[in-house]
Design a protein around this ligand. Structure first.
Ligand code: 2P0
Length: 313
C-alpha cells in the first residue's frame, strides 16, 4: 500500500534568486508565481523495513536534497524508512521547476501517508525547506511567497484569471549549475545582488497589485523587467551563470514582436533555457503556433493555470 500525490511546478513572475538563510532556506526577497497545469510530478510514498530508497522513474538514485529533507522532518515527525517513487511528465532539472513540484508532491504524500495533520500553509513551509519554490507549488492559482512566515499564499485562485501559458522548450538537458549553488554564487560575487534584492521588494508589491487588479499591461512591464534583472545578476556572477541559448533569445524577440502586433503576451525565463510565454486567456494557441516555428525551439507545451497539489484517490 502506498500514498500517491501529484503537484504542478510553477513559473515565477517575480523571482526568488538568493537566500537570506541557507540553513532555514529563507529567500532574500518575496516572489510570485503561476502554478502551471499540464506539467505534473507524481510521487508515491510507502513505509519499508530497511533504509530509505528513492526511485526516479524506474531507476534508484541518491538524492542529497531529499536525504537532508527527510533528516530535517524526522526531528519533528515519526517517519519510518520509506520508499519514494517519483516521475515527471516533463524534463527534469532544466529550468521547469521540477524541484518545486517534486517537494510539493512529497510533502503532500507524507502528510497523508503518516497522518501528519498539516494545514496547507504548514505543508508550504515544510516544502520550502526542501526547495524554496516548492512552497508555492502546494497551491494552485497565482501564488505569493513572502516573509515573515514564508508560507505561500493564494493571490488569485485557479479560475479567477485563467491565463494561457506556453512553454517553449529549447533544451532538454540538465542545467550545469543548480539553482541552490547558483544563488550562493550570485550573493557572493554579483555586484548587482544587493540592488536586485532591494528592487525585488518594489516589483513584488507592484506585481501583486496588478495581479489583483488583473491589469495585464502593467504586469507585462514588471514581470519582464524582474526576469531580466535576475538574469543580469546571473550574468554578472563569477563565474558567469549563462542559462540562455540562441533559441531563448529568438523567443524573447518573437514575443516582443507579437506584442507590437497587438497580441497580449509577455515572456519569463527561470534558471534554464526554456521560455515561458504568459498570455491573456484565448491567445495561447496562436502564440504556441508561432513559437513552435522559432529556430531552435524543440517543441511547445500549452497550458493554463493549475490547481493545488492533490492526493490520488
Ligand atoms: C523562482 N528559481 O522564483 C526562481 C527563478 C529559479 C529562477 O526558485 O535552493 O530550486 O531549492 O530553494 O527553489 C529555483 O530555486 O532553489 C527558483 P532552492 P529552487 O522560481
Amino acid at each position: 500500500m502506498s500514498t500517491i500525490a501529484h503537484a504542478h511546478p510553477n513559473i515565477a513572475l517575480i523571482k526568488y534568486w538568493g537566500k537570506e538563510s541557507i540553513e532555514r532556506n529563507i529567500p532574500s526577497s518575496p516572489s510570485i508565481s503561476l502554478t502551471i497545469n499540464k506539467l505534473t510530478t507524481r510521487t508515491s510514498v510507502r513505509p519499508i523495513n530497511d533504509g530509505d530508497r528513492f526511485l526516479f522513474g524506474n531507476e534508484q538514485v541518491e538524492d542529497e536534497k531529499i536525504t537532508r529533507f527527510l533528516e530535517f522532518l524526522r526531528h519533528t515527525y515519526a517517519i519510518p524508512p520509506i520508499e519514494i517513487l517519483t516521475e515527471n511528465n516533463f524534463p527534469t532539472g532544466a529550468g521547469l521547476a521540477s524541484s518545486a513540484s517534486g517537494f510539493a508532491a512529497l510533502v503532500t504524500a507524507l502528510n497523508e501517508e503518516f497522518k501528519l495533520g498539516l494545514a496547507q500553509s504548514e505543508q508550504s513551509v515544510l516544502a520550502r525547506m526542501g526547495s524554496g519554490s516548492a512552497a508555492r507549488s502546494i497551491f494552485g492559482g497565482i501564488v505569493s511567497l513572502e516573509g515573515p512566515t514564508w508560507a505561500a499564499q493564494v493571490l488569485l485562485k485557479q479560475n479567477d484569471w485563467p491565463l494561457d501559458i506556453v512553454v517553449a522548450i529549447t533544451d532538454d538537458n540538465i542545467k550545469d549549475v543548480s539553482s541552490s549553488v547558483g544563488m550562493t554564487m550570485s550573493k557572493e560575487s554579483s555586484p548587482y545582488y544587493d540592488d536586485w534584492v532591494k528592487s525585488s521588494e518594489t516589483d513584488f508589491k507592484n506585481a501583486r497589485k496588478y495581479i489583483l487588479q488583473r491589469n495585464f499591461d502593467r504586469l507585462i512591464e514588471v514581470a519582464e523587467s524582474n526576469c531580466l534583472k535576475m538574469h543580469a545578476v546571473m550574468l554578472s556572477t563569477l563565474p558567469s551563470l549563462f542559462y540562455w541559448n540562441p533559441a531563448t533569445v529568438a523567443c524573447i524577440k518573437q514575443i516582443r514582436d507579437l506584442r507590437e502586433q497587438g497580441i497580449p503576451v509577455f515572456f519569463t525565463i527561470d534558471a534554464g533555457a526554456q521560455v515561458k510565454a504568459v498570455c491573456l486567456p484565448g491567445t495561447g494557441e496562436n502564440v504556441a503556433h508561432i513559437l513552435s516555428q522559432v529556430p531552435g525551439v524543440l517543441r511547445t507545451i500549452s497550458a493554463t493555470v493549475g490547481e493545488d497539489a492533490w492526493i490520488e484517490t
